[in-house]
Ligand binder design. Structure first.
Ligand SMILES: [Zn+2]
Length: 265
């Protein structure tokens, strides 16, 4: 059986908020996973730079994207999508923040890419449609790698503050979407749940721990429930994905597979 990956990213989801949001699927998912609630993202802790670091496994100094306004960089590092494509693997993306498409860099790497833009569609509707599209796309194409982006927590954080009741509600809502997608997910998928950055007050982007600390939770074959990843970085996710699906990491990637970062007990 092939090993595939569904990567679900809750934008702006602080690890200390996951438990507090009170959704029962979080407890269940965590109990079946290897994880860290203390992984570090990169500076600036903003959405586009963090996603570039996620998909190029490098610091912003290396990939060159330092704001949410994308300008093509001279600095060229292969993305996870390109590297998977190069290894004969298929990829799909489902998202609701249009700027994320800049991180694909090579659109031909996608078998399917679906945007329900929160610029034009109400937040919950856009996120619900995005998750539904992922569920349908997985059934239709069974891609080796699926990226599902849920932007709702970040939107609530900016509007009502991180850790507010509305922010917790948006996390609760995000877990309901994740539970739906996981309810009929084929067994050959490992699920990675993570965030791009955290947040404090009504913002993020700084070096404070509330902005920099992210969860990375992995449920699937080869990941023992209860194992803890140590010294984990957002840059470790791309090499972890290539490791799981049996592809090679790009030589210039800086991160390391989380399978090599399990704490000794
Ligand atoms: Zn973000």
């Amino acid at each position: 059986m092939k090993n595939k990956v569904l990567l679900v990213l809750f934008d702006g989801a602080r690890p200390d908020a996951l438990e507090k949001c009170g959704h029962p699927f979080y407890e269940k998912f965590l109990s079946e996973s290897a994880y860290t609630l203390n992984a570090q993202t990169v500076m600036p802790s903003s959405t586009l730079p963090c996603h570039f670091s996620l998909f190029t496994s490098t610091d912003p100094d290396l990939h060159g994207v330092k704001t949410n306004w994308y300008e093509p960089s001279e600095k060229w590092i292969k993305t996870l999508f390109q590297q998977l494509n190069y290894s004969g693997k298929t990829c799909s993306t489902f998202y609701n923040w249009p700027e994320l498409q800049f991180t694909w860099l090579h659109p031909g790497a996608m078998i399917q890419s679906v945007l329900h833009s929160t610029y034009l569609i109400e937040t919950r509707e856009a996120n619900t449609k995005t998750a539904e599209a992922a569920r349908k796309g997985i059934k239709e194409y069974a891609p080796d790698f699926v990226f599902l982006y849920i932007g709702a927590p970040d939107t609530a954080g900016h509007e009502y503050n991180w850790m507010s009741k509305e922010y917790m509600d948006s996390l609760n809502f995000s877990f309901s979407l994740l539970e739906d997608v996981c309810s009929d997910l084929p067994d050959d998928y490992t699920v990675i749940l993570m965030a791009d950055h955290g947040g404090h007050d009504d913002e993020h982007g700084t070096e404070c721990p509330e902005d920099m600390t992210i969860p990375i939770i992995i449920r699937g074959r080869g990941f023992k429930p209860g194992d803890i990843f140590e010294n984990a970085s957002i840059k470790d996710v791309a090499p972890t994905v290539t490791d799981i699906v049996g592809a090679k990491p790009y030589p210039a990637w800086e991160g390391e597979s989380l399978l090599n970062k399990i704490a000794k007990q």
